[in-house]
Ligand binder design. Sequence first.
Ligand code: GCU
Length: 891
Amino acid sequence: MRSLVFLAAIGLTAAEDGLNAWLRYARIDGARGYHNKLPSAIVTLNATQGSPIQTAVNELVQGIDGIFGKKVAVTGADKRHRPMTAATVGTVHAFVDSNPGAANDLPELVEDGFYLKVSRGNVLILGQNERGTLYGAFHYLSLLAQGNVSDFSLASNPDAPIRWVNQWDNMQDGGTHGSVERGYGGDSIFFWDGKVREDLTRAAQYARLLASIGINAVVVNNVNADAKTLTEENMDGLARIADVFRPYGVQLGLSLNFASPQTLGGLPTFDPLDETVISWWRGITDSLYRRIPDMAGYLVKANSEGQPGPMTYNRTLADGANLFARALKPHGGIILFRAFVYDHRSLNQTLDWKADRANAAVHYFDGLDDQFDDNVVIQIKYGPIDFQVREPVSPLFAHLIKTGTAIELQISQEYLGQQAHLVYLAPMWKEILSFDLRVDDQPSPVSSILNGKRFGRKLGGYAGVANVGTNTTWLGSHLAMSNLYAYGRLAWGPASSLSAEGILQEWIKLTFSSDRKVLDVITRMSMASWPAYENYTGNLGIQTLTDILLGHYGPNPASQDGNPWGQWTRADADSIGMDRTVWNGTGFAGQYPPSLAAQYEKPDTTPDNLLLWFHHVPYTHRLRGSNKTVIQHFYDAHYAGSATAQTFPALWRSLRGRKGVDRERYEHVLFRLTYQAGHALVWRDSINTFYFNKSGIADELGRVNNNKYRIEAEDMQLDGYVPYAVSPFEAASGSRCVVTSRGNGTDARGEMRTVLPGWVKTGRYDVAVNYYDMAIGNSTWELWIDDRLVGNWKGDLEYILGKAPSPYIDGQTATRVTFEGVKIRKGSVLRIVGTPDGLEPAPVDYVSILPEGLSSGVKHFLIRRENIVLKSSVDGFTDSSCGSRASVLMF
Ligand code: GCU
């Protein structure tokens, strides 16, 4: 039990579970003082029951009450009692109907846009359509919740019409009911047991959150779609989801399985040009629209990772996409057809230096640009491979000129720490969206391609793979929700003056509070998080280096090569990187418009952060920027990135008791940041050891494999424990750990003990234990110094973190617990007692006896930035029962 008794006494604000995310409408300081600047009534122009305008009104009533404690009355335009201040809410159309003279004073709005005017308590909230009105209301409330009650007027239009999220929810998947593929926040909020859930409360709450950030559609089921989604019963269920979305202006979209006419419909074929197939899809589509007249459309993954598609019948991808486009056309629906098309069975790197999965999208789509119907949009992942920590922008955006495109971003952090690591992604997305693809040597930022302006197209936009689940935090982590928020804000205005940091600060104010320290600390951690993660995972464009075969989570660089998935590094003893040049490599660089292609063709014009994406170079190759060798850059980056992560728990602790940081969320976040700090070290050591071993080149600073404060478990005196060779070897310090050897249960407990070495003088230390928490049992461990129990912990992370579970002793399960400020005497005996459980043999890798403060990175941090906040954060946390600091209890 990870209880935090010590928090009880320190007056944290009321517990929150995250369900309301940034829509908490929490009371702001000095609320009463603002009452006369707020409307006293809400005048509705054209609110019909269940419409987004009605929702806008309800939100305004609830929000103004929550934020300021002011009750506002709701009245129709005809019943308005003057001279009250009022918020007038409705569509432009309705407003002009009742105020014909006003038309000329109103700004131009596009679909979903809104106009907002605030003047001494009188507020005008007008939408271009009903949904736009709701967006305007949410925008006004957001400003109020951030303490902004000043007069202003604003016309806001979305940059692009498609602002969707994708959910990879399974109705039923091999016995896993309602799971979410690459989801780390619990089960599906839509499906259970092969059906649509009866209770769709969470679906409605989700729609509310999404509407507040301008998202207008949700594709509710996995791109690896199940044909059974289209049974009559399930279509009825989908209609119920659409019903709970509708008051929020959120439309329903559906992923389809290309082979459904055969697997569900019983036809002998699913050939897209076959008449019976065409009419089967038409029938299904009509039947869906009868139930859901405002359905947004379809999403299709075809001929990818084993999914069926038109190429099964030697038809083109355009034949496949148009099949759906034509069925949707009479209903006004659109089809998002994915560009994530590749054949993993054809990739064999050992035989072919020129094989490259990155080439696939352009390869398959080239020549088809003028063949897609006008309601087809090609949905393209931001990079040519798959949501890595750093990829160049997909060159396909520069190839489709006539066809609408949408960018696919991943809010769910599949390769980026699975919400167990804080990684704020808006800086990456901003970089991608502003990247200039130089089509025809003209300015061509990605966002201008998506909004259709660059090539004069109507349809385009954004698809964010969100994968929220039933966890009350939605994504499994409170801090990860900044990514969902930022996604919506960027999809609405990618090129707006709002920076990634500005968006983040809005989110912090809404989610926690406007307290300066809260803003400062969460901003600092979040803004440092993507660079840190890139540093401690995969640098220089080599990709994330996660275990590609299992889980996509922890380090396993060897798994990247010798597999059919094509996320290769081609690392050998001398050199590393994918040669994607035209002159000697896979030719991928040549897929970019000429000026970029020329830049990427040569190592000395390629940006350092993409060097290994485009080039195969010796480890001794020197970088343009720093003049460091590639290998030294790896070493340094991994030390730097993991050191940054060490500062996160202490930074967060400095927010204990601050406004908006309630006990429940404080505890939840601290636990994760502490875990992240430990796992960042696992990453650092795994990657550095792996490449040191591969290249044989030592770290110039002598750090790699030279861990001054470390005592290996296998070097201790073992009783009931035996050494175990870990695979991959780099996932264990010294390539071995220890595991219990006497089977199961309390009788099977084992012990390791050692007299602490001579360099451990009498004093206080941070004692860290690296161990493995596999998903096949809940072992327990105790750490003793002499006859004193320093602390104990349980291997149940699999129930706490939503990350992919692993049954192995590897980089996914390696983790660390730290006990701060532990009193040790010279010559003390350290013991760890481990009790196995299930199939988990209480594995331990090593123990570190660290000078106090080193584990939290606080000293390191204080040297680099004199931060007064931090000083207080490490003081005064003594827990009397074991004489160590509070974070002991966190783990
Ligand atoms: C990744 C991911 C899969 C997903 C696929 C896709 O490969 O790991 O789970 O199905 O992307 O986007 O289709």
